[in-house]
Design a protein around this ligand. Sequence first.
Ligand code: PRX
Length: 645
Amino acid sequence: MSYPYQIKSYEAYKEAYKKSVEDPENFWADIANNFQWRKKWDKVLDWNFTEPKVEWFKGAKLNITENCIDRYLPEMADQPAIIWEPNNPEDRVRVVTYARLHKRVCQFAQVLKNLGVKKGDRVCIYMGMVPELAYAVLGCARIGAIHSVIFGGFSAQSIADRLEDAKAEYIVTCDGAYRGAKDIPLKSIIDDALIGNKVVKKVIVYTRTRTPVSMLKGRDVWWEDEMEHAEGQVEKNGTVSFPAEEMDAEDPLFILYTSGSTGKPKGVVHTCGGYMVWTNYTFVNTFQYQQGQKHFCTADIGWITGHSYILYGPLSAGATSVMFEGVPTWPDAGRFWEIVDKYKIDILYTAPTAIRSLMSYGLDPIKDKDLSSLKVLGTVGEPINEEAWHWYDENIGKKKCPIVDTWWQTETGGILITNLAGVTPAIPSWATLPLPGVQPVLVDDRGVEITEKNEEGLYKGNLCMKAPWPGILRTTYGDHERCRTNYFATYENLYFTGDGAMKDDEGFYRITGRVDDVLNVSGHRIGTAEVENAINMHASVVESAVVGYPHDIKGQGIYAYVIVSSFHGSEDETRKDILQTVSRIIGPIAKPDRIQFVNGLPKTRSGKIMRRILRKIAEGEIEKLGDTSTLLDPGVVDDIKKGKV
Ligand code: PRX
């Protein structure tokens, strides 16, 4: 397996980029020709950002699982597609070859069919990081059902909201999930989410922890029983088959919920054709993947990084993807390095948060590990600070592995701005260059392109995209207007990312972080409004305001200013009650790191909270609050400063 569209030199990058802008249709048609289509497209691209409407490869027919599995069976049946490392290092490793993956995905597709799932139905997946999660995702794709994976750190209430929004009728879950020393009762959380739900017809439960679970007659079924029954249906005379549903390139492949600056999380929709081409193209080029290499992406499949760079990107390229059930610090902080050593990993793709956390343990956990197999390192999810970048470069890559700093979002489907490993220049803490097909532009708050440099000699502004790439989101599920207002209405004819960035004279980009009210905590996106709503649901809370502050490990921490009517017991007890409320409403990942009780919030005369001031106080920049004269009651600021936690 070779990749004719793999860019091998800086010159070739420049050439590809130029062609992608000047002649996008032919550029992408050439790349798309390397995939298996049941029928080719009528038109490569049709778009406008006003509706918005984006259609790639319209009229083409395909099934993404044929591209991720079946096409590799003739020559690579025995090659590992997924190597699964369990949470407990003593447990049995599972190596899933392409042939085995094919069998399991066919079997699970048959299970879904047996239970009545049809093309277009929504299937919610709430599982730990077990190979069965991959079978569930791909099984949905095989029959054309739309999967919606929910990360295991979300609460029953969050799941209930997503089930309702997606009108999901089917759920796949586990009895429990192992994460380090913890055992998370997933099925029990699902049961809570389903109280009062009359839409869900079937819940499929995979046994992982054998924790006691309630199984409702008629609704809940065991994964193992269903799979055993399906095995006989898909396997005849030693041959396995389950016909893949024929999908239009623009049919939805999945929904993934993500936070924005207002309201509840929205269901970002990606489609079959464009998303496949984009994840594959970005995987092969960014990491410079070579056939036979082992790619280890440490993300969870509950997030977009796992969708695109554990499953669809690597598998569509016939790669070997390493999937890890556990956490980086359990049983000790050498876990990642032990995995690299054990499997001779070639490519390691992780988050700056994980790097910073592992740095804090010193070099002992690395000492006896052989990391010489590593060829490429990557980071994703948040800006990487220079200190972490150099630590990664020196101690993990031993200064011989290029580091790719990949900037992208749930909405972009795959990487948009990055260096290409060893091919284009790397600069610590810079994401650097747009991939072919990606046309960034920096604009001011009125949407006018920035043409003047600042005092550092850089262009600085809000990061937008001028044209669509194949992996761009198509809509937000059930509410296209929300998609328009969120991403395409801030600036005319542009996709607005919500991030700020700087650019130098050579066109290299450095991402500065969100410019909207969205936090990035440990590389996870959380809306401040969402956290405020959860805090406000606590019985004694009158009002709250949430901002981010710099956190050594997590990148950003959550700081909440809260007004309560009274304390129940001590301040600290009330604080814990509020944390518990947030855990219930959103999930443990959204719990504030700090809660400061205040008597008032700084508001303008029109009643708007001045977050700028709250942000400065949370950042500890108490002396630099700027002009507070427009406040209704400037006195509240002094009180807040005094009570800073
Ligand atoms: O602020 C950017 C940050 O993460 C946001 C997207 O979050 P999410 O949709 O959860 O996807 C995370 C994984 C792709 C962006 O708006 N971000 C992501 N990658 C980087 C980054 N910030 C700086 N540098 C990056 N490499």
